[in-house]
Design a protein around this ligand. Structure first.
Ligand code: AGP
Length: 623
């Protein structure tokens, strides 16, 4: 939610800022803006809407500034209008601020600043920050700029990452972080900051992730980092093993399509990382290399999972796997609900936070709360908070005892695809590890599961090869369709939820996912010839049940689309999306792919912005 960038060095700042904002646009695209310092004046340009609006404004001017900050907005406080776009300035136009986060006490601060004579030109929470900095700015004191920013920060409640310019300090960029991501990039005589490394990798892979409660001064000579109490901190940057190509479309029309096609490789990488391919029954080694804390293997009685959106859907599949393979009772909670109505503390429980961004405010807060609850309740904290993410450098990693890296890499499309499947794969690995080490499954079953998993990448490639064109054609049948229903049972019920979420978020079509058996308890009243029903009817224990439920929909004139296995002989489906025949246990990894493609092509044929759908942001860092 919102992306910020900053630059100080020897190159033209505007070019670097705009390039950075382009990479951060997935975090919000309601407005964009930049501020630079030229001849002792702040020069700010802002535009409502997407970045190209700002870019066309900037094309009309040339800038020589070598320092600047930029922002791309996902509106929280105030409409997505130009007057609410960042950067925000103080009354004299000497200080400029960009912010990602929410200042919770902004009303109170704004009121106070108004009574002191400040005039506000936006409805945002952020605008109090430059006014406060100006209020505390005393040119007589040492280090006046840093000191004013520090005093300001001590007045702010909430979560924020900020970057600040001051005309009296044209060679200083000050940045600070409290519960919102911010990374510093190191070049030769030039330094960068950004909400996400995606905006940095084009320039440098030497980075330092600022931690909560840290403030930094960036000058052409280097970076100084302090805590909020003013203590200097000695921190070393690290090298990121990323290439800028990772964040390019590489010939695909959209990032989402590229990321759908990356899925077989992601699954392969995850299996290579965690499955011991030489493992044999009777060997002394473990089949899975997760190496969790010994206490988790010995004492675990329950698992609770917190997540949001698509990650919550992956967690529902995780529950199925952890219960069926490892025999561990598992509870899946919406992080946003768990925060305010947590389950009572249970003995010997591992909590797992699942998040692709590693920054989702609700998931992070739920995990922090759970950690504190356990410290207070037991006096003796036992490591039991895990995180599943593709962003091991994210805030999540600073909270949990251990991160399970899904190895999906960065995902740019707002609609999660490859990160979902990678999370699901992590649950297979975790369930297998726990099931084996806790002696809940036989060595024979371990071999069967490893064999089944190892075939998945080729089977996924087969679907992409054989079904994509067919799905594209099918998608053209729904130019005006307003509602869709997705049904599935057992391990494929979460896939029905995920299929519906993908469709609604990128095509704006109303779509619902239901457990197929629940349709007759109410939702079936929605059905008629205008509401297509997608049934996930793959072979396995619930196949006949799903077919019966699909029959019930057909009897109400619904157009039936089936996700079925090869050689399925059922003739009730008007359209069949075919996946290879697999054990039901592995079917969600395959059945989700046709649904991702269907939603992609429906949205794409409608001419919609697939990668940046309206009202959404990739990283939801507000409650
Ligand atoms: C997925 O397509 C959505 N954009 C959204 O539901 C997402 O999964 C959710 O916001 C959680 O994000 P996270 O995985 O980064 O925590």
């Amino acid at each position: 939610m919102c992306g910020i960038v900053g630059y100080i060095g020897t190159q033209t700042a505007i070019d670097i800022l705009v390039h950075g904002l382009e990479k951060l646009e997935y975090r919000g695209y309601d407005s964009a803006g930049v501020a630079t310092i030229i001849e002792n004046q702040i020069h700010s340009v802002k535009a409502k809407g997407k970045l190209y609006n700002l870019r066309s404004k900037l094309e009309k001017e040339s800038s020589i500034a070598k320092i600047g900050i930029g922002h791309t907005r996902w509106a929280t406080h105030g409409k997505p209008e130009e007057y609410n776009a960042h950067p925000h300035l103080d009354g004299q136009g000497k200080i400029a601020v960009v912010q990602n986060g929410i200042i919770e006490n902004y009303q109170e601060l704004r009121q106070q600043l108004k009574t002191e004579g400040c005039e506000f030109v936006s409805d945002t929470d952020t605008e109090v920050i430059p006014h406060l900095i100006a209020k505390y700015y005393n040119p007589e004191v040492d280090d006046a700029f840093m000191s004013a920013v520090n005093k300001t920060i001590s007045r702010l409640d909430g979560a924020f990452a900020i970057a600040v310019l001051c005309v009296d300090f044209p060679d200083e960029l000050i940045v600070a972080r409290q519960n919102a991501p911010l990374t510093i990039g190191f070049g030769q005589g030039e330094f960068y900051c950004a909400s996400d490394v995606t905006a940095l990798v084009h320039h440098t892979t030497t980075i330092l992730t600022l931690e909560n409660g840290e403030i930094a001064r960036l000058t052409p000579l280097g970076v100084e980092i302090y805590d909020f109490s003013g203590q200097r901190l000695r921190k070393a940057p690290r090298t990121l093993d990323w290439s800028p190509v990772t964040v390019e479309k590489q010939g695909f029309r959209h990032f989402m399509l590229k990321e759908i096609h990356e899925q077989p490789a992601v699954v392969r990488t995850c299996l290579e990382a965690y499955i011991n391919s030489n493992w044999e029954p009777n060997s002394n080694e473990n089949p899975v290399n997760l190496n969790l804390s010994p206490h988790i293997y010995e004492d675990l009685e329950h698992i609770q999972i917190v997540a949001c959106g698509t990650s919550w859907h992956a967690s529902l599949i995780g529950k199925y796997l952890l219960e069926q393979i490892a025999q561990i009772p598992t509870f899946v909670e919406y992080a946003s609900e768990f925060r305010y109505s947590p389950t009572p503390i249970m003995r010997n429980t591992a909590t797992i936070g699942v998040t692709q961004s590693g920054e989702t405010a609700d998931t992070i807060a739920a995990l922090e709360m759970e950690k504190q609850r356990r410290i207070i309740a037991t006096n003796e904290y036992r490591p039991g908070i895990l995180g599943i993410t593709n962003r091991p450098e994210s805030t999540l990693a600073t909270i949990v005892d251990q991160v399970i890296n899904t190895y999906a890499g960065i995902e740019i499309g707002v609609a999660a695809t490859k990160t979902f499947l990678a999370q699901v794969m992590s649950f297979y690995v975790l369930a297998l590890d726990l099931g084996y080490r806790r002696q809940k499954i036989s060595a024979q079953r371990v071999m069967e599961i490893i064999n089944g998993l190892s075939q998945l990448p080729n089977q996924m490639e087969q679907i992409l090869h054989s079904e994509e064109e067919k799905i594209k054609e099918l998608a053209s049948d729904f130019p005006d369709t307003r509602d869709f229903i997705f049904i599935g049972r057992g391990i494929n019920f979460p896939i029905a939820l995920e299929g519906a979420l993908k469709l609604k978020e990128i095509s704006y079509i109303h779509a619902e996912g239901y457990p197929a058996g629940e349709m007759k308890h109410g939702p079936i009243a929605l059905l008629d010839a205008h509401v297509p029903v997608v049934a996930i009817a793959v072979s396995g224990s619930v196949y006949e049940k799903v077919i019966s439920n699909a029959q019930e929909a057909k009897a109400r004139d619904a157009r039936l689309i089936g996700v079925v296995v090869e050689n399925d002989t059922e003739d009730i489906f008007q359209d069949k999306l075919v996946i290879p025949e697999v054990d039901e246990l592995f079917s969600p990894v395959l059945s989700v792919i046709p649904l991702q493609l269907l939603s992609y092509y429906i949205a794409s044929l409608r001419g919609l912005d697939v990668d940046q759908p309206r009202n959404l942001a990739k990283s939801v860092t507000v409650e």
